[in-house]
Design a protein around this ligand. Structure first.
Ligand code: ATP
Ligand code: MG
Length: 571
């Protein structure tokens, strides 16, 4: 996989388009579409398709439509339509006035179907679903022709019209293409074009009781919209002959070309809407936008930016062979995006009290603290320092191993933006033996930024908050939703849910954050020094009572892989 920053990932689809532009196949036009079925929320795999379709159109000065593939009324819902629109827009793409629904074309699709019947290319079949399956044959055996295959045109037309008029019960008849029951491609063995379903459609209501199949509706919808390149995922490769057959049989001029690419899979997660829906409906997550979900709405709530997701989609490239991308690469992209953008602030997640014995009672110093040493443009804020502070519980060890550069009895550490302190007494809970407080002294000569402070050699720098000024908040630490790299792999016989990570969410409810964070606007992002990148949860955060989600910890495993790769490339 080409994923390093300095190389452009290959995109064979762009090669095809450039070839078409050269030969003038579509008169220089590039028109793509993103065609979601509104039966669930979009996920990061869809983001790849969105970036590819909208991005390709933009690259060649073309257009990209948003089209809802709403041909299956039993599974679809307006809730999904709205969320999909929101997600595409949030990712930074715009369909202008080109928002379409396959259901807008139901009348046209119906007329095409009558034409196919008149041309002897479609027939009404009375076999039931099980019989149709039986007659279809297998990969090794040819199918059998339906006894209804040679119905006269007039009878077919009459029956099809009566199917539409609601004269027959659901499932009793279908309209089928008359292609070839002996075709080695099962999709070409007289596929069903229309079925009877009495279900209200979220847009057309009860107007229809017959609905077109995807394989019939999709190519024609593409043709109606003037699509040139119909980009879809690999599982449709075997359907391409049918895509082409439908367009030819309906006498579409200069038909669109279907091009398949490999779908995105990510480690430690599942990507199918069916499985994601199951996680939601069975309460394994709090909803489609749970920050652990690979949905766009989940990633948004987790704190991902559209820039990071688009960057990720660029880096993974577009290939013809299925593969799985390391989730560490996605995490790397958000770190890169936030590194310079995010203010770096102090939050103590598991607080341990520190009293500075030689600091005057009641005194408060407002210390200057720049927000991001690598990006001075972010400015600075004041951080209050006082006698009673909190540090991170695991930044102290009574019996430290060698090379523990944090606080321990007798050792010195630097407090970020403040002073050097030294611990001289440890206070424990008499009953439990737990450390409850540290007594320290500070060196007034070592205020951060002064030459004396810089001259002193101290290995560790800790983050901290002032006890009287800190704001209490809840922090949610997220980890991968699954423990197994590929939860879909069922070789052990286990269902994917058997691999759910029980520690994918850790809620810490008594965290203390620096006062500047008390008013953190929902949706604002930070680096908590030494902890990672966080966002004030857009849903549960209230002004004055922030709840923070950890987007990612700081440790970047992907950067290491990338570096090793670059060095190997140089060698
Ligand atoms: P799922 O299999 O997750 O239920 P789907 O393919 O049924 O998804 P659609 O709403 O039909 O979902 O997909 C809309 C578009 O997004 C299609 O063109 C589809 O090929 C593409 N797409 C879906 N999943 C992925 C993925 N993992 N990687 C890339 N593109 C995808
Ligand atoms: Mg689909």
């Amino acid at each position: 996989m080409t994923a390093c920053k300095n190389c452009t990932p290959s995109n064979f689809i762009h090669d095809i388009i450039e070839d078409h532009l050269e030969t003038g196949k579509y008169g220089g036009r590039v028109h793509t579409r993103f065609p979601p079925e509104p039966n669930g929320y979009l996920h990061i795999g869809h983001a790849k398709s969105i970036c590819l379709n909208f991005g390709t159109a933009a690259k060649y000065g073309g257009l990209c439509n948003l089209r809802f593939d709403d041909t299956n009324p039993t599974k679809e819902d307006v809730e999904y339509v709205e969320s999909i629109k929101e997600d595409v827009r949030w990712l930074g793409f715009d369909w202008d006035d080109r928002l379409y629904y396959a259901s807008d074309y139901f009348d046209q699709l119906y007329r095409y179907a009558e034409q196919l019947i008149r041309d002897g290319k479609a027939y009404v079949c009375d076999l039931g679903p099980d019989e149709i399956r039986e007659y279809r044959g297998t990969l090794t055996e040819p199918g059998k022709e339906s006894p209804y295959r040679n119905r006269p045109v007039e009878e077919n037309l009459d029956l099809f019209r009566r199917m539409r008029a609601g004269e027959f019960p659901d499932g009793s008849r279908v309209l089928r293409a008359k292609i070839d029951m002996a075709s080695p491609n099962l999709n070409m063995r007289d596929p069903v074009l229309y079925r009877i379903i009495r279900a209200a459609h979220h847009r057309t209501g009860d107007r229809w009781c017959i609905y077109p199949m995807y394989d019939y509706a999709h190519p024609l919808s593409d043709a109606i919209e003037g699509i040139t390149h119909s980009i879809c995922t690999l599982e449709f490769e075997d359907h391409r002959p049918l895509y082409d057959w439908v367009l030819e049989a309906c006498r579409v001029e200069n038909p669109p070309q279907q091009i398949e690419f490999a779908r995105l899979n990510l480690t430690y997660t599942v990507m199918s809407k069916r499985k994601l829906r199951q996680l939601v409906e069975e309460g394994h997550v709090s909803g489609w936008d749970d920050p652990r979900m690979p949905t766009i709405s989940g990633l948004r709530r987790r704190g991902y930016t559209p820039e990071a997701i688009r960057d990720f989609c660029d880096r993974i490239g577009v290939a013809k062979a299925n593969s799985t991308v390391d989730i560490a690469m996605l995490e790397h992209c958000i770190r890169e995006d936030l590194n310079l953008k995010a203010p770096r602030v102090m939050a103590v997640l598991r607080p341990l009290k520190v009293i500075i014995d030689n600091y005057p009672e009641g005194r408060v110093e407002e210390l200057d603290a720049e927000y991001n040493s690598e990006n001075p443009g972010l400015g600075s804020r004041k951080v209050p320092f006082s006698r009673a502070l909190y540090i991170e519980r695991d930044d102290f060890l009574e019996d430290p191993p060698k090379k523990f550069f944090r606080l321990s009895p007798g050792s010195e550490v630097r407090l970020k933006h403040a002073y050097i302190i030294k611990c001289h007494r440890v206070i424990k809970d008499e009953k439990t033996g737990q450390v409850v407080e540290l007594r320290c002294t500070y060196d007034p000569e070592t205020r951060s930024g002064t030459p004396a402070a810089d001259a002193r050699k101290v290995k560790g720098t800790l983050h901290w908050v002032s006890a009287a000024h800190a704001a209490r908040s809840e922090v949610r630490l997220y980890d991968h939703l699954f423990l197994k790299e590929n939860p879909d792999d069922d070789t052990g016989g286990a269902d994917f849910k058997a691999h759910l990570n029980p520690d994918s969410l850790i809620r810490l409810t008594s965290c203390l954050v620096e006062p500047s964070l008390a008013g953190a606007a929902p949706g604002s992002r930070y680096q908590f020094l030494r902890h990672g990148y966080f966002i004030a949860d857009p849903v549960d955060s209230k002004e004055g009572a922030p709840v923070f989600n950890r987007i990612v910890p700081l440790k970047d495993t992907w950067a290491k892989i990338e570096k090793a790769g670059e060095q190997a490339g140089k060698a």
